[in-house]
Design a protein around this ligand. Structure first.
Ligand SMILES: C[S@@+](CC[C@H](N)C(=O)[O-])C[C@H]1O[C@@H](n2cnc3c(N)ncnc32)[C@H](O)[C@@H]1O
Length: 412
């Protein structure tokens, strides 16, 4: 009798070429910048989303670029000890969180590894032997701001789905503060009644005195909010940036300012003046620059209410403003910059280097752009005094870092 041989199922890598849709067994080594898990198999580097370090998974290839494969977890073969069951029912689809699969300890460790990786690969410096990360006092229900997308056709309201511009319909978000959740529920009810049909994006912000929405649903939603912090009162509204994890702001402020004091300080990307007010108490003259006019209006107001008259606030792009004014500011004792995720624009870095402040405090929410900018500052002769991380964004790969630098020539 003729024996039938089943055709052998070839490994997707046996041919040496990996295609979209293939599934490959890999072991995740660690979490890398961007939050994906890093793995290697047969000459390919895999970036696996929503993975845990130590996971053995069957990874489904979603995209291939050269010898790099971007993959999702199709099956967990052996879970990492760092893996937990993500509590949010939207996790995996919603693009808001990408670390819920990790224990909190593993989240903190991954963030420190991400900072190390960026310093090594991008800034080309050996990272400090120890990097301290301050954990968030609350790892759920901590976010005081949210941006929700509205799909009027499908009547969905929530965050964008992972790596897409489709809206994930979210009724309950476990990382926002209860009052922000109440805003989301109220918004959903209003949208269900057919109001705000055309609006595509809503923003919510909470202060000590309640939550505001933009666009507002009621008169109360249009009100400015305030937050009392380290002896100062900060006013803001949903139209301008204010840090999202209020419980970590006092230690963040203390680390960013340390013992700074003197004649002149510069606060770049100042927002509503979070650092400008305490700087104005420590320096004879403070100059602050911010691009959003809504934020500078509050910065002026916050300084005026605090009775601080030694700070000037300018509405401008930092790079352009420095190009025009850097020369007349020198010498600057202390420069603090807290740019958006994109980091300092090239003209801003050029302006900072032209000014050559004695000390720089760089507050960053993106380790990759921080490392890029640090490289330029190191190359120009700045040395690293300290680096500390703050977990402002639990359940996500994002992390806040505060770095202090000194101009080499004046280092004592
Ligand atoms: C991370 S926030 C920091 C704000 C403030 N330091 C704080 O902690 O509340 C970055 C700020 O930079 C502003 N911004 C972004 N790009 C800018 C640019 N090119 N020039 C000036 N301001 C900019 C944003 O409007 C935002 O207020």
């Amino acid at each position: 009798m003729k024996k039938h041989h089943r055709p052998r199922r070839e490994s997707p890598l046996a041919t040496g070429k990996l295609s979209v849709g293939a599934s490959v067994e890999v072991e995740v080594e660690r979490i890398v910048p961007g939050g994906a898990g890093l793995a290697y198999a047969d000459g390919y580097t895999f970036f696996v989303t929503l993975a845990a370090p130590g996971d053995r998974v069957r990874a489904r290839v979603e995209r291939v670029r050269g010898k790099v494969a971007f993959a999702t977890v199709a099956e967990i073969i052996t879970p990492s000890p760092a893996r937990v069951e993500p509590p949010c029912p939207y996790f995996g689809r919603c693009g808001g969180c990408d670390f819920q699969q990790l224990t909190y300890e593993a989240q903190l460790q991954a963030k420190v590894e991400i900072i190390r990786d960026c310093l090594r690969r991008i800034a080309r410096r050996d990272p400090p032997a120890e990097i301290t990360i301050t954990p968030s006092p609350a790892v759920w229900r901590y976010r005081s701001r949210a941006r929700w997308q509205h799909d009027p056709v499908r009547q969905f309201l929530g965050y964008y789905e992972l790596a897409s511009h489709r809206v994930c319909d979210v009724a309950e978000c476990p990382v926002v503060l209860p009052e922000v959740q109440a805003g989301l529920s109220r918004l959903r009810a209003t949208l269900a009644d057919g109001e705000f049909d055309e609006t595509e994006e809503f923003q919510a912000v909470a202060g000590d005195d309640g939550v505001s929405l933009l666009p507002p649903l009621a008169e109360e939603d249009a009100r400015e909010r305030f937050r009392d912090l380290a002896g100062e009162r900060y006013r803001f509204d949903a139209d301008c940036f204010f840090q999202i994890n209020h419980a970590l702001l006092e230690p963040l402020l203390a680390e960013a300012l340390k013992d700074a004091s003197g004649e002149t300080a510069l606060d770049l990307y100042c927002g509503v003046g979070l650092f400008t007010l305490p700087l104005a108490r420590r320096f004879a003259r403070v100059t602050a620059v911010e691009g959003n006019a809504a934020a500078t209006r509050f910065a002026h107001l916050n300084l005026a209410r605090a009775g601080l008259t030694n700070a000037s606030v300018h509405t401008a792009r930092v790079g352009e403003w420095l190009a025009a004014h850097a020369r007349r500011l020198a010498p600057v004792d202390f420069l603090l910059l807290d740019p958006p995720r994109a980091g300092a624009e090239p003209e801003a870095l050029a302006g900072i280097l032209a000014l050559r402040p004695r000390r720089i405090a760089y507050v960053s929410c993106d380790p990759a752009t921080l490392a890029r900018d640090l490289r330029a500052l190191f190359d120009a002769g700045y040395t690293l005094d300290s680096l500390r991380a703050f977990d402002m964004f639990p359940q996500t790969h994002h992390v806040e870092t505060v770095v202090h630098l000194t101009a080499a020539a004046v280092k004592t």
